[in-house]
Write a protein that binds this ligand. Structure first.
Ligand SMILES: [Fe+2]
Length: 141
């Protein structure tokens, strides 16, 4: 595995753990903890997606065209996820455990699928095009 693939893949697992902590807090109606845990997750995944959008997608698109299907689907995935994060944040703010938990279950599945596509298709394809993987993975922390 390359530094780039390793760094982004292990950050996915960090994000999974942060999301699970927020989901568990919602399921036990621990609202202060849910709010804090979800905020922590949200900031971390926003940093992750922004790093991909600024430093990985454009490099891939220079080689494969801006209209390639892979970054097209991943960019749409980020848009959808951001919409869900807004909704989850609102339902946590409203202390609506059923709705928040249902949304989080849906997002866990979408995230899983999205991460799999990045890890199996996108990172291996973009890694050889990135000359400074240490600098870019450092942006995730
Ligand atoms: Fe990712």
């Amino acid at each position: 595995m390359s530094t780039l693939i390793d760094g982004f893949t292990s950050h996915h697992r960090t994000l999974d753990a942060a999301f699970l902590a927020a989901h568990n807090a919602v399921d036990t109606a621990n609202w202060d903890r849910a709010l804090g845990a979800f905020q922590t997750f949200w900031e971390a995944i926003e940093r992750h997606m922004a790093t991909e959008e600024r430093h990985l997608f454009p490099v891939y698109e220079r080689h494969h065209g801006a209209d390639n299907p892979l970054t097209g689907i991943l960019r749409k995935g980020h848009r959808d996820l951001r919409g869900f994060f807004e909704e989850i944040s609102e339902t946590i703010g409203a202390h609506d455990a059923d709705e928040a938990s249902a949304l989080m279950g849906t997002v866990a599945q979408i995230l899983n699928h999205h991460d799999e596509k990045e890890e199996q298709e996108f990172y291996p394809a973009v890694a050889p095009l990135i000359p400074n993987p240490e600098e870019i993975t450092a942006l995730l922390d």
